[in-house]
Design a protein around this ligand. Structure first.
Ligand code: BGC
Length: 496
C-alpha cells in the first residue's frame, strides 16, 4: 500500500473511530436521559407512597380534625358544617317533588314522584353551564337556572303545589334547612358577588323574577342528598361520600357531640354534618412538589388540599406536571416539551383511559398522546412510563379517599377498633353502609379497586366485611327532592 493508500486508510479509521465515539456518546447520553426520567418517576412514586401505616395516620388526623371542627368554628380546616337536616326520608314520603342539582359544569333539574316506599318516577334534564356563567354574577347564573326550571316544570302543565329541593355543592354556612350563605367557591367557580350571600334567597328571587311559583324548601349539599337517598334505601346508611369533580363527605352526628352548637336540640338527637373534607389538611398527607405547583395554579390556593389530591378536576393536571418535568429534564418525549406546558390539557378522563389501556402495545396511550397532547409516536417503554405516572396519581387518590372514609367510621366507632372516639367501648361492629357517588368511583374501575383494597388494608378483612360502600344513582338530586318532602309543610316524620 502506498503512502496515499495508508493516509486514506488512517483517515477512514479515524473517521470510523470518531463516528463510533459519537454514537457511544449519544447512546450514553440517551441512557443518562432515560435514567433521569426513571429517577423522576421513582421520586414521584416515593413522594406519593401511602403504606398502611401512613394511611392510619391520615385516619387518626381526620378524627382529630373532625373533633376540632365540631368544637368551634375555625377550629380546623375541616368546617364540619351544620345542615339542619335532623330527619332523613324513611319511605313514608308521598307526592311529587322537584330538585335542582348545581355543583359542577353540568346542572340537573329533576321531578321525582315518590310513594309506597319507592321512587315511582324520576324525570330529569341535564344542561351544561356556560363557562362565562361560572365567573359572572350570581343573578346571571341563577336566572339561567330559574328559566331552565320554569321550562321543565311547565311541561307538567298542572299548577300543582310545588316543593323544591336545591342541591348546591359548595361550602355553605346554613342558618336553617332552607337557607345558608356561601362561604367560598370551589371547583373553579368564582362569582365574587355571591360569597356571603344566602344562596337559597338568591335562587328564590330568581324564581320570582321568572314568574315561577315555587320556593326552596331544602337547601342541601350533594353529599347530604346522597346520604338521604342512601338512607331511604337502607337504614344502616350513616355517611355519604362524593368523589367526582370535587370531593366531600357528610355523616350523621349526635347533636351533643356538636360542641360548637351547645343546646342544639333535634327530635332525633342527631344531625347530618357536612364535613367539607376537601379542605382537610394534615402533615401526614403525602405532598409532592407537583402538588405545590398545582396549588399555585388554582384560584383557591392553600385551600381544598385533600380535594386537590383526590378529585377529578385535579388528577390529570398532577400527571401532566410530572410528565412536563420529565420532558424538560430528560428529553424522553423528544422535542415536544412545549406541548406539555399548558395547564389542564390532560383531563382526568384521559388519565383514566391511559391507566386502563390493557392493549399489549398501549395503542390507546399512543392515540391519546398524539391526539390530545400532540406528542408524536414515542417508544413503548416511554408509553409505559406515562401509564405508571397515571397509576401513581390514581392509587394515591383512591387510598387517601379510603383513609378519609375510615376516619368517619372511626369517629362513629364503626371501624372495628372497638372504641368510639367519644371514648365509649363498643361491641361487635355493626353493619355500616356508606353511600357513594361521583365519576371517580362509579366510572373509573381501577380507582374503585384501589379504594376498596385500601379499606381492607386499613380495617382488616373481617371489619371491612361489615362495611358496604353503596353506589346511589342521582342521589344528590333525588335525595334533595326527598329532603324537600321530609321538610315540606306536609312534613312526615323522618328518621335518623
Ligand atoms: C365542595 C363540596 C362538594 C364537593 C363534591 C367540593 O368542592 O366544596 O361542597 O360536596 O365538591 O361536589
Amino acid at each position: 500500500m502506498g503512502r496515499v493508500g495508508l493516509g486514506v486508510a488512517a483517515g477512514c479509521a479515524a473517521a470510523t473511530c470518531a463516528i463510533a465515539a459519537a454514537l457511544v456518546a449519544r447512546r450514553a447520553s440517551a441512557r443518562a436521559r432515560w435514567r433521569r426520567a426513571v429517577a423522576l418517576l421513582r421520586d414521584f412514586e416515593e413522594g406519593c407512597a401511602t403504606p398502611p401505616a401512613r394511611l392510619r395516620q391520615v385516619v387518626d388526623a381526620m378524627v382529630v380534625e373532625m373533633h376540632a371542627g365540631l368544637a368551634s368554628d375555625g377550629g380546623s380546616k375541616l368546617k364540619m358544617l351544620l345542615t339542619f337536616v335532623d330527619a332523613l326520608p324513611t319511605g313514608n314520603e308521598e307526592g311529587i317533588y322537584y330538585a335542582i342539582d348545581l355543583g359542577g359544569t353540568v346542572f340537573r333539574v329533576l321531578r321525582v314522584e315518590v310513594g309506597a316506599g319507592s321512587v315511582v318516577t324520576c324525570r330529569k334534564v341535564e344542561l351544561p353551564i356556560p363557562e362565562e356563567l361560572t365567573k359572572g354574577t350570581i343573578e346571571e347564573l341563577f336566572s339561567f337556572v330559574a328559566i331552565a326550571l320554569k321550562d321543565f316544570v311547565e311541561k307538567d302543565g298542572k299548577d300543582e303545589q310545588r316543593v323544591l329541593g336545591f342541591t348546591f355543592s359548595f361550602p355553605v354556612r346554613q342558618t336553617s334547612v332552607s337557607s345558608g350563605s356561601l362561604i367560598r367557591w370551589t371547583k373553579g367557580f368564582s362569582i365574587e358577588n355571591a360569597v356571603g350571600k344566602d344562596v337559597a334567597q338568591c335562587l328564590n328571587e330568581a324564581l320570582a323574577r321568572s314568574g315561577l311559583n315555587i320556593r326552596v324548601t331544602a337547601l342541601v349539599n350533594d353529599t347530604v342528598g346522597t346520604l338521604a337517598l342512601g338512607h331511604y334505601h337502607d337504614e344502616d346508611t350513616v355517611a355519604a361520600v362524593i368523589i367526582g369533580a370535587g370531593t366531600n363527605a357528610c355523616y350523621i352526628e349526635r347533636t351533643d357531640a356538636i360542641i360548637k352548637c351547645q343546646g342544639l336540640l333535634t327530635n332525633s338527637g342527631g344531625m347530618v354534618v357536612n364535613m367539607e373534607w376537601g379542605n382537610f389538611w394534615s402533615s401526614h398527607l403525602p405532598r409532592t412538589p407537583y402538588d405545590i405547583s398545582l396549588d399555585d395554579e388554582t384560584q383557591n390556593r392553600n385551600d381544598q388540599g385533600f380535594e386537590k389530591m383526590i378529585s377529578g378536576i385535579y388528577l390529570g393536571e398532577i400527571a401532566r406536571l410530572v410528565l412536563h418535568r420529565m420532558a424538560l429534564e430528560s428529553d424522553v418525549f423528544g422535542d415536544t416539551a412545549d406541548n406539555l406546558s399548558t395547564p389542564f390539557t390532560l383531563s382526568t378522563p384521559l388519565l383514566a383511559a391511559i391507566r386502563e389501556d390493557d392493549s399489549p402495545d398501549l395503542s390507546e396511550v399512543r392515540r391519546i398522546l398524539q391526539e390530545h397532547l400532540k406528542i408524536p409516536d414515542i417508544p413503548l417503554k416511554t408509553r409505559r412510563l406515562v401509564v405508571k405516572v397515571c397509576d401513581i396519581v390514581t392509587r394515591r387518590a383512591a387510598r387517601l379517599a379510603a383513609a378519609g372514609i375510615v376516619g368517619i367510621l372511626k369517629k362513629l366507632g364503626r371501624d372495628g377498633s372497638g372504641v368510639a372516639s367519644s371514648g365509649r367501648t363498643r361491641g361487635q361492629p355493626r353493619r355500616t353502609v356508606v353511600a357513594i357517588e361521583g365519576g371517580m368511583y362509579q366510572g373509573y374501575p381501577v380507582f374503585r379497586e384501589y379504594l376498596d383494597e385500601a379499606l381492607v388494608e386499613i380495617m382488616g378483612e373481617e371489619v371491612a366485611q361489615t362495611v358496604a360502600l353503596r353506589v346511589t344513582q342521582d342521589g344528590s338530586g333525588v335525595g334533595a327532592a326527598l329532603l324537600a318532602a321530609v321538610h315540606s309543610s306536609n312534613r312526615q316524620q323522618g328518621s335518623i
